[in-house]
Write a protein that binds this ligand. Structure first.
Ligand code: FMN
Length: 170
């Protein structure tokens, strides 16, 4: 029998849509570091260069990010699952392991990330029970040979068997 709960259908369907795994970080006016794991990261615009990610309005990091002037998106690599889990865990010091360092814009960066994208805050938009953080891209760092971590079916994975050339792809 089909599900009658549209929210259940929605979350089940979206679980099948692969996404990246990023740790977004910022630093507040008092110098405190903030960060969270997200899979809702994507590009928005080429000119100007814009990216976005969605942050739960109820998250402990919401106030810091929506007030931030800049943030850093660390696209995690396949061997960085432990970092992904820690930055999604409530009530712990996510930076205590010491595996971040001040990198682009002086913001907490993950060395060895597949990609890092540093942004100024372009807009904070209404996204229902999430806020949409739109960043204007200032710096990009790509690590050749570092495969990105993927999130799909509520688990982590790596790209496998992908065709390299897509006509019209960019
Ligand atoms: C793989 C993965 C992807 C996630 N993606 C998002 C996301 O896109 N947006 C979001 O607000 N929370 C996302 N979360 C949850 C947050 O990382 C975090 O657990 C949540 O904000 C609760 O944190 P808090 O203790 O700071 O309130 C994701 C968690 C995981 C493990």
């Amino acid at each position: 029998m089909p599900d009658t709960d549209p929210n259940l259908d929605f979350t089940r369907a979206m679980a099948r849509v692969p996404g990246p795994v990023v740790v977004a970080t910022t630093v507040d006016a008092a110098g405190r570091r903030w960060g969270f794991t997200a899979s809702s990261f994507t590009s928005v615009s080429l000119d100007p260069p814009l990216v976005m990610l969605c942050l739960d309005r109820g998250a402990s990091t919401h106030g810091a990010f929506t007030a931030a002037g800049s943030f850093l998106v660390n696209v995690l690599a396949g061997d960085q699952r432990e970092i992904a889990v820690r930055f999604a865990t409530s009530g712990v010091d996510r930076f205590a392991a010491g595996d971040t360092a001040p990198l682009e814009l002086g913001l907490p960066g993950v060395p060895g990330a597949a990609v890092r994208i540093a942004c100024t805050m372009h807009a904070v938009l209404d996204g229902g029970d999430h806020s949409i953080l739109v960043g204007r891209v200032l710096h990009c760092a790509s690590a050749d040979g570092r495969e990105p971590l993927l999130y799909v079916n509520r688990g982590f994975g790596r790209p496998a068997g992908l065709d390299l050339a897509v006509p019209g792809g960019r």
